[in-house]
Write a protein that binds this ligand. Sequence first.
Ligand SMILES: Cc1ncc(COP(=O)(O)O)c(C=O)c1O
Length: 360
Amino acid sequence: MSPHAPRRRVPVRTDLVGVEPYGAPQLDVPVRLNTNETPFPPPAAFGEQLAKRVASLELHRYPDRRAWSLRTALGGRFGLPAERVWAANGSNEVLLQLFQAYGGMGRTLLLCRPGYSAHPLIARVAATDHVEVELDAGLRLSPAAAAGAVRAHRPDLVCVASPNNPTGIPVSLDTVRALHDAGDGLVVCDEAYVEFGAASAAELLDELPRLVVCRTFSKAFRLAGVRLGYLLAHDWVVDDLRAVRLPYHLDAMTQEAGTLACELAGEMTAHIQAIVAERERVRAALADLDGVGVFDSAANFLLFRTRVPAVWEALLDRGVLVRDFSDRPGLAGCLRVTIGTPAENDAFLTALEDSLHAHP
Ligand SMILES: Cc1ncc(COP(=O)(O)O)c(C=O)c1O
């Protein structure tokens, strides 16, 4: 008999000990404004046509490994050939593949702080150490600070969200250029919210050879349930990613949904103006509230600050779920609210006023 008692569990990888799994609460409340989805479902025509197309798919066969039709349709939207486009299950998976291919042991990723909370988590899963550059007091990253951070850390890759999450503030194209030109790593611009009003770094692709632009169908295209993201880059990046993608990683139904969404892009994104108008209405209403400060936003959410404790809980008590960032460095007292339907936004504003009055 073995002198050792058999183990009841196997220790997880040491660098994963203590990892907090990513997860905004998914609570069943009347007004859910915490994950930056679009409140309006996709147009009926999308569902109807998708059902027909899915019915004619050969689901007993593996999907097209290269997702060629989808990548061609995506490239067509940007005047790029399919060779310069890559797609995966959500932009989170695109980022994972990038970090796996260009990060990994002994390599460094530069992120900004505060930034998208999944970036460091995905880096950790990809066994990639990260360093951070802090945003200034206005939650912006100047070209000089960007270049300074790249010179100081010499990162193998850099990843910034523009507009940034949770701030909503875009990274200027001059800052993207500075991040690129100050070093020799890959520069990833995560543009999950760009359609809501920020300038896209896609226009710099021909100028900056190590630039990658990541996009998603989860936000402006109203398809968070489909899980589809993509990148625009130079063809060598797409070539390299083939080494880390799993066989047949993108299923046939997702490929079909993405191709159809490209064909119906106008209808899929027809709500953007309404969301932007609502964002500005809610921003003005927040700015008018005593004791509330609100940041500018080019995304479909707003970051705001109050000095009242436990506002997140008070809103939840009133049936409104927002995202709490108040314990993040640099974001004391900050909450983030997704722009919902006008009725949801009104419910949020009323609940917030109520909560603030309850704790004068
Ligand atoms: C900045 C940023 N990047 C990427 C994502 C992930 O998007 P996807 O649903 O495509 O994985 C999000 C989602 O909230 C995000 O905020």
